[in-house]
Write a protein that binds this ligand. Structure first.
Ligand code: CP
Length: 372
């Protein structure tokens, strides 16, 4: 099937009913914590809203009043360039007030707990917190205890749902429907929150996912070739420790960052060895389909998990992933804080302030919470 006909088919596959169901689910959503609780239709709705946001980004003046009067806080306890800047840019383009808080320079340095920091932000009447935290589960922890919307911008080794949505959008915009695509994710699967969220998203969209890496970097629940539980969405995910076999006929190759800061447990003999065995280079890329997409969530260790000539070569869409990151995050901020079903360039032109108010505040006085 040609690339053009796949893209046309995408429009055909999303029927008006699917589209409306997904838009309803997305409009009713309060938090984005991972993709495990998204349906295929809802992911489709994010893709549709992202296309509307891309249209806004192509204008000479990239500014719409959709979120005027809303306050978004980015709360980052770990370093970030792409995710933090794209959320900030997304909020500003939609006319929200965006305030950045990082661990350094805030009262976190004086020992304030995550919970108290987040409650302080809530007390200032913020509408939404975008959080990155080194502990898996930190965004869920806040979502269960605060009245405001939470978006997970990466928690520990658990999830990075907005990156996975960026990746799915980028794949769809080049290759059409995700259904049936062979997507090979290569690298540090043990520590990768990007891989985990992509697994949820891609399996829901019907991709044929292959995870490839050294046995020491494959999570124990995926050892022995695949997950065993009958009916689990990851049962059909294939594990391959030989990168050449994995890449054969691939539509998409996603290299994962070798997380040097987490590699103290002796999982690898050396980076050179890893690169020799698993690095994505132009020779290996020839095993994939001619129109293969090369992806990487960033930041990259060029020369380790991916060669520079591949990272910046003709098949690479790595910079496009970054560009799409702004549109996807605009779509998510809009969906969580504005009331309309479908985002269109017209609806984002109007100020949307009538989303139903916050849920009643849970009684937390009896809980003793010390997550830092
Ligand atoms: N992909 C990603 O999360 O990059 P940053 O760490 O720069 O946000």
């Amino acid at each position: 099937m040609t690339q053009a006909s796949r893209v046309e088919e995408r429009e055909y596959l999303r029927t008006p009913t699917e589209s409306t169901d997904g838009a309803r689910q997305l409009a009713g959503r309060r938090h984005v914590l991972d993709l495990d609780d998204f349906t295929r239709e809802e992911i489709g709705a994010v893709m549709e809203n992202t296309r509307a946001m891309k249209e806004v980004l192509q204008r000479d003046i990239k500014k719409v009043p959709a979120l005027r009067g809303k306050t978004i806080i980015t709360l980052f306890y770990e370093p970030s360039t792409r995710t933090r800047v794209s959320f900030e840019q997304a909020g500003k383009i939609l006319s929200a007030d965006v305030i950045s808080v990082t661990g350094g320079g805030s009262s976190v340095e004086k020992g304030e707990s995550l919970y108290n920091t987040a409650r302080t932000i809530q007390a200032m009447d913020a509408d939404l917190i975008v959080i990155r935290h080194p502990q898996s589960g930190a965004p869920h922890f806040l979502a269960g205890r605060l009245d405001i919307s939470i978006i997970n911008a990466g928690d520990g080794t658990h999830a990075h749902p907005t990156q996975a949505l960026v990746d799915i959008f980028t794949m769809e915009s080049h290759l059409g429907p995700i259904e049936g695509l062979k997507v090979v994710i290569v690298g540090d699967l043990l520590y990768s929150r990007v891989a985990r969220s992509n697994l949820w998203g891609l399996t829901k969209m019907g991709a044929q996912v292959v995870l490839c890496g050294p046995p020491t970097l494959i999570p124990s629940d995926f050892q022995n070739g695949h997950r065993k539980e009958v009916g689990h969405p990851f049962t059909n995910v294939r594990i391959e420790t030989n990168v050449e076999r994995a890449l054969d006929g691939a539509d998409v190759v996603m290299a994962l960052r070798l997380q040097l800061e987490r590699q103290r447990a002796g999982h690898l003999p050396s980076l050179r060895e890893y690169s020799r065995m698993y690095g994505i280079n132009s020779k290996r890329l020839q095993l994939a389909k001619p129109n293969v997409l090369v992806m990487h969530p960033g930041p990259m260790n060029e020369g380790v998990e991916i060669d520079s000539e591949v990272a910046h070569g003709a098949r690479s869409v790595i910079e496009e992933q970054v560009t799409n990151g702004v549109a996807v995050r605009m779509a998510l901020l809009y969906s969580l804080t504005a009331p309309t079903l479908h985002a269109t360039p017209d609806t984002v032109e109007s100020q949307q302030l009538s989303k139903p108010g916050p849920k009643p505040r849970p009684d937390i006085t009896s809980r003793r919470v010390y997550l830092k």
